[in-house]
Design a protein around this ligand. Sequence first.
Ligand SMILES: C[S@@+](CC[C@H](N)C(=O)[O-])C[C@H]1O[C@@H](n2cnc3c(N)ncnc32)[C@H](O)[C@@H]1O
Length: 272
Amino acid sequence: MGPDQVPAGIDVQVPSVARMYDYYLGGKDNFASDREAAEKMIEIGRQMGNDTREIARANRGFLGRAVRMLAKAGVRQFIDIGAGLPTQDNVHQVARRHVSDARVVYVDNDPIVLIHARALLASDPEVLALEGDLRNPDAIFDDPRVTGHLDLTQPYAVLMVAVLHFVFDDEEADRITARVRERLGSGNHLVLSHIYVGDAGDRATQAGQQVYSTTASGGIARRGYDRIAGYFGDMEVLAPGLVPVADWDPETPPEKVDLVRSGILAGVGRVR
Ligand SMILES: C[S@@+](CC[C@H](N)C(=O)[O-])C[C@H]1O[C@@H](n2cnc3c(N)ncnc32)[C@H](O)[C@@H]1O
């Protein structure tokens, strides 16, 4: 997208977390402000001994493996909240390798994500892209376009992959996840990944917070293991549990994990 195609009301001088992530993944849908902020984060990561781009790719790998596991188990409906800019192996593409009629609703609060998603998906009747906010899960579950596209009485999964940390108020994150668990209902799945505080010292955390405070999302929260585990409430967390994104693989469970350097933790829960 060139600057001349930017919709009214979008200030491309303000970095977007969606476009920064696109840059980490090697995508082209980003502007100078996004690249500058992303490079700052890459440098902060480097100082901490982490490779931000590698962690972003590992997060994407987790998303693919989780969707594959669920699709192979027969889940054919997905609501992907904080879907991000379309990239390779989007949810519907992974799911369809296993269930040909998989239906997906992509939700994001970044209008540029929606423009790209709709352009890519315009001709696909099984896929819907909607503007929506994770902060209001009921509005997503009750949206007539969602209930018209999916049959929520049948098995489905909600994905909240690398998005909850943009809700940086802890109480709000607790409220959102509690509500999502309630709405999911028995037998349904939550796929979640979240930036992990690891051994990021105060300086690195503050430096990262400083960069993300300049984005349209306004900040980011690194959280500890227990808090992230708490987002699954009393769901059954499926094997291999809540582990570093790179290690999450039910087909090859990790023997030993290095939490400290993991960057992002990931897990899949099923409502009992
Ligand atoms: C780091 S990207 C993750 C994309 C994708 N889920 C993945 O893991 O590959 C985070 C996405 O969440 C979106 N996002 C941030 N806050 C959100 C909110 N409150 N509601 C919906 N989407 C949000 C951003 O616009 C961005 O596209």
